[in-house]
Ligand binder design. Structure first.
Ligand code: 5GP
Length: 192
């Protein structure tokens, strides 16, 4: 085991906040940071690759994974399931590597309960109007799912005060830099 345990960083953000792009930038800026790859029952979007974006599984396999205690946390989000596999997280903690989890608020709450020292970051859009424009512009969802995501986003925004840090995604580079500075200044485990 490494002398210093790896730390968990949790990023949550409502759908349409632009969090995918911010995290992509973060990965370019800090390639050595580990990222958890979730399992989901959601169908892949164009360009998403199995084992890279997510592990895409069917509902039966997801249930098997729950039964075999394979998840650190899991949650239902608009009719689909999403879960964080335990194995990589455990290895990272053991070998002293920091790891970033990009998960929604119910899952984040589960991880906060398991690891109160996890550093939690909530990304917000500059406004709800911008969020709606982004979701509509993406054209990946049916009108019904889009409404469900918007409604969910409004509810999720109310949870931001439970997080250690709130970052406004008004500019991708600025938001990514702010998250990196949070990661760096919480390096000794203290929140400041
Ligand atoms: P999307 O379908 O847009 O990729 O993701 C929908 C939501 O599920 C996002 O808020 C995303 O952060 C969240 N999510 C992705 N992976 C996980 C996971 O492993 N656990 C939980 N609880 N949420 C996840």
């Amino acid at each position: 085991m490494s002398e210093q345990k790896g730390r968990l960083f949790i990023i949550s953000a409502p759908s349409g906040t632009g969090k995918g792009t911010v995290i992509e930038r973060l990965r370019q800026l800090r390639p050595e940071l580990y990222y958890s790859i979730s399992a989901t029952t959601r169908k892949p979007r164009d360009g998403e690759v199995d084992g890279v974006s997510y592990y895409f599984v069917d509902h039966e396999r997801f249930r098997e994974l729950i039964s075999s205690d394979a998840f650190l946390e899991y949650a239902e989000y608009i009719g689909e399931y999403y879960g964080t596999p335990k194995s990589l997280i455990q290895d990272c903690i053991y070998y002293g590597k920091d790891i970033l989890l990009e998960i929604e608020v119910q899952g984040a709450r589960q991880v906060m309960a398991l690891d109160p020292e996890a550093v939690t970051i909530f990304i917000v859009p500059p406004s709800l109007e911008v969020l709606e424009q982004r979701l509509r512009g993406r054209k990946t969802e049916s009108e019904e799912k889009l409404h469900a995501r918007l409604e969910r986003a409004r509810l999720e925004l109310e949870e931001k005060s439970d997080y250690d840090f709130v970052v406004v995604n008004d500019d991708i580079d600025r938001a990514a830099e702010e998250i990196l500075s949070i990661i760096d200044r919480t390096g000794d485990g203290s929140l400041s």
